[in-house]
Write a protein that binds this ligand. Structure first.
Ligand SMILES: [Zn+2]
Length: 89
């Protein structure tokens, strides 16, 4: 396999693309591989946060349904409000 060059297209500190050799069959050199990797994990983290928010909403709905049911049965007269900000998973 021929040595390929880093595909990183630069940032505010660079003019043009990187001219170093890419490593390990990747498209980037050692300097830029971790930058590209960090961008990827930041995206994954955002998706995870969105998923957690959806889980909280679902949990909240289930809780409210359960409360309504208990209230209808007269078993649960006073209910603490759901504190969404302090839920832990
Ligand atoms: Zn590079």
């Amino acid at each position: 396999m021929a040595e390929s060059k880093c595909q990183y297209m630069g940032n505010s500190h660079m003019v043009g693309s990187c001219t170093k050799d890419a490593v390990g069959g990747k498209s980037y050199c050692t300097d830029h591989l971790h930058i590209v990797y960090q961008k990827g994990t930041a995206r994954a983290k955002r998706h995870k946060e969105i998923r957690v928010v959806n889980n909280i909403r679902m949990w909240e709905n289930l809780f409210n349904e359960a409360v309504e049911q208990l209230e209808a049965e007269g078993e649960f007269s006073s209910v603490a409000p759901v504190d969404v900000d302090n839920l832990t998973f």
